[in-house]
Structure formats: C-alpha cells, structure tokens
Design a protein around this ligand. Structure first.
Ligand code: SAM
Ligand code: SF4
Length: 418
C-alpha cells in the first residue's frame, strides 16, 4: 500500500522528494496573494467519543470549551492582524468534534472573524443529531449560520449499533428542521459497513430527504490504524457496486446533482464542502492551512494550543514547503474532490497550461474511461469516481493516518516525512 502511494507521488511530482514537515514557525501565514480563500474553525469537543472517529476531539467540559474559545478568538486576531483591511473569503466552516456544543458562542467567534474577513458564501456548522433542537438551531441562525451538517451516519439502528452510536430520532430531526429552516441542510452517512446493501443506503438517503435535508454526504468507512473500531472494511468489488448504485439512484431517480465525490444535492443551491478550496486558513487545534507554496497543521493538543496562543504565538505544529510539482499534485488531488478539474482555473493558479504539465496522464485517464473532457473541463466518470475513492483510501491511510497518529502523541513534533 505504501509502495503504491510513494510511486504515484514520485511519478506525478516528477521527483523523489517526499513531503517533509518541520517545526518551523515564523509566525506568519502569507495569505495576501490567495484568491478564493476558504476559512475553517475546529471545535474539538464531543459529549461522548465514537470508536471509529479519527478526528481531534475530547470530552466536552464547559470550562475547557470556554477557555478554548477565548484562545480561538486570539488566534483569529493574530492571523487577521497580519494584513490591513478586510480579506475576502469564500466560505467559513466550523468542524469538529461537535461545534454545535458551543452554539451560544458561535456568534461571538463570527464577530471576531468579521473584523478581518468578509465571508461571501455562507457559514456552515457541524451538529450531532442530539443537537438538532429548535433552540440550538435558532441560536445558530441568529449568529449568522446558513448551513448545517448533521452527522446521522445511518437511520438504521443496526448500523448505529455497529458504529457504537444510539438510534437517531428522524421525527424529532424533521420537526426541528421544519421549525427553523436553513439554506443548506446536509446529512452525513457512512457506507461500506459490514453487510450493508443498496436498499439500506437508499432508505437512508430517502429518509434524509424526507426529513428536511437538501444535501447528503455519503462517506466510505475508513479504518484508521489508531481508532479502536472493530468494523471490518468492505471488499473492493462490493464497495464499488454499492457506490455506483447509490450514485445512480440519487442522480438519475432523485434528480440530485453530484457536487463532490461524496455529496449529492437535491437543491442546486445547496453546497457543503470545506475540502475543495484552492487555499484555506484553519483555526483551532488540528486545523490545517493551505497557501500558495506551503501547508501547515496546528497542534492536536487542546492544552498546548491554548498555552501557545495565550503566549501570543501561532499554534502551528508542522509546516511543509511544496515544490511546484508537489503543489500541482496537491491542487489536483483536492480540486478533483469536486469530480471536475477546469484547465482554465489550473492555468490561472499556476500560470502554465494543465495539458503541458499533465497532458499524458489526462490522455491515459480518458483512454481508460476515468474522465471525459469538454471545453477544457475534465469530468470524472462513475468509474473514475470509484477509483478516486479507492485511491483516496490509500492516501488517507498512508499520509493522513500517519500524520494524525504522530500529532495525537506529540503536540509539537520536530520533523515528519511522508
Ligand atoms: C466531525 S464528524 C460530524 C459531527 C458530529 N460530531 C457527529 O458525529 O455527528 C464528521 C463526519 O465524519 C464522518 N466520519 C467520522 N469517522 C469516519 C470514518 N472512520 N470513516 C468515514 N467517515 C467518518 C462521519 O460521517 C461524521 O459525521
Ligand atoms: S463522530 Fe462526531 S461525535 Fe463521534 S467522536 Fe467523532 S466528532 Fe465526536
């Protein structure tokens, strides 16, 4: 598995240089020249911890959460003050953990963000189904939140049991969402669970659309090495049949648009994706920042995060400086999440035609039936989307799993090579 990702990286970056991260921290995030900048804020608190979940999170305590949010506001000010005036940002997503647990402080955080940034495409927040009550939704709406993402995982008690979670009350969700409507209501599901069939997934998607979602995210189950989940991943062939069947059902029978590799929207305006940005600034522990030539990740330790920021320093743990080819591969990998790559946007970003840099790879992808091209826009086929999914799993285990595992155990590692 490691060999596949290493060889692919060497081929696409035309070099042997691995991604090397160091503890350099010059206190600057040069985002002035970044167009289409996205913002991300991490809130790492949950009521209980799910055994399959790899994210940076800890059990909620009000005092710890309040201290953390004070530090978060300070970090936003440290970064925001590096530029004069207000910076235009596309979207702002609060992820976690369960950011809705801090619903009563989201407005205050948005106030600080608004001192430095103008967000043009809305604000999204992740919720656990237990947080979907009219009171919480009203608080979020009054704060300026426009999009919700609810971690349902499955409406079927048998799969909630497999995941170690309790059943979700679809009626209560529907009632709360009808009482306090939002522009985008997305629901997360996990697929490729043991024995899961197309009928199971279809029932989940139907129930989501019936109870007020206009966007669904269907994530393949990923078995991270450091999570204590006992769930066994599904075989490749079965997984592909399931993904193709649910994609066909949602796009052909339900008229949904595939907005990204995992997401389907029943309303063309509904969008929820913090991943497909060319550049982004991340705030909070474990948050990542992607700029023109570098990628950074903050410390995973809530305590060390607060201490660093209280001392007036950025909480960056690791930084990598990209070679140009590495940055291109990174760009293509993340923009491909949207299932399309626009050659004109690539050229605008890098100042060189996509065909000149990756003409041979694109021709092979077309020949293999992985992409189609029309007017310089490359669209993934069903087959292409499956292989992207499949390869992404290797990437996640070879790079993200390794990096997160190091950062879970060491708040400020000296060096990391991937
Ligand atoms: C931060 S959580 C969502 C918000 C909230 N904490 C909750 O669990 O309802 C983000 C989403 O990641 C997905 N996820 C978590 N662990 C996963 C795994 N091992 N494989 C695939 N998807 C996973 C779940 O669908 C989850 O809803
Ligand atoms: S899945 Fe959600 S609720 Fe469960 S531990 Fe992860 S972030 Fe927390």
């Amino acid at each position: 598995m490691g060999a596949i990702t290493t060889l692919t990286r060497m081929w696409l970056t035309r070099g042997v240089r691995p991604f090397t991260f160091t503890d350099e921290n010059d206190g600057r995030l040069p985002y002035a020249d970044c167009e289409r900048l996205g913002l991300y804020i991490h809130i790492p608190f949950c009521r209980s911890i799910c055994n399959f979940c790899p994210y940076c999170k800890t059990i909620y305590r009000k005092d710890a959460c309040d201290r953390y949010i004070d530090a978060l506001k300070r970090e936003i000010r440290l970064v925001g003050a590096q530029r004069g005036g207000k910076t235009r940002a596309t979207s702002l997503y609060f992820g976690g953990g369960t950011p809705a647990l801090a619903a009563d402080r989201i407005g205050e955080i948005l106030g600080v963000v608004g001192e430095y940034f103008t967000v043009t495409e809305g604000v999204g927040v992740e919720l656990h189904p237990d947080d979907v009550t009219p009171d919480v939704l009203r608080t979020l709406k009054a704060a300026g939140v426009t999009k919700l993402s609810i971690g349902v995982q499955s409406f079927q008690p048998k799969y909630q049991k497999v995941l170690g979670r309790k059943p979700v009350d679809a009626k209560a969700l529907a009632a709360a969402l009808a009482a306090v409507p939002f522009e985008t209501v997305s629901m997360d599901f996990i697929f490729a669970l043991p024995g899961q069939t197309f009928e199971d997934l279809r029932a989940d998607a139907d129930a989501a659309l019936a109870c007020g979602a206009n966007h669904v995210a269907i994530y393949p189950f990923i078995d991270f090495s450091f999570t204590p989940s006992g769930v066994r991943p599904m075989e490749k062939r079965e997984k592909r049949a399931l993904l193709d069947a649910i994609t066909r059902y949602l796009t052909e029978e339900k008229g949904c648009a595939r907005g990204s590799i995992w997401t389907f929207a029943s309303d063309a305006e509904a969008k929820y994706s913090s991943m497909t940005r060319e550049n982004f600034l991340g705030f909070g522990c474990s948050a990542t920042t992607l700029l023109r030539d570098q990628f950074k990740v903050n410390t995973f330790s809530v305590d060390e995060y607060c201490k660093r920021v209280d001392a007036g320093r950025l909480p960056t743990a690791l930084t990598t400086r990209f070679s140009r080819r590495q940055r291109m591969v990174y760009y293509l990998f993340w923009t491909a999440y949207s299932t399309r790559v626009d050659a004109a946007e690539f050229e605008e970003f890098f100042g060189v035609p996509l065909k000149k840099m990756y003409g041979a790879e694109l021709a092979i992808a077309k020949l293999l039936g992985l992409v189609t091209e029309s007017g310089g826009v490359y669209e993934m086929t069903l087959k292409g989307a499956f292989y992207y999914h499949y390869y992404e799993n290797f990437y996640t285990l070879a790079y993200i799993d390794k990096m997160w595992n190091v950062l879970r155990n060491d708040p400020f590692p000296k060096r990391l090579t991937l």
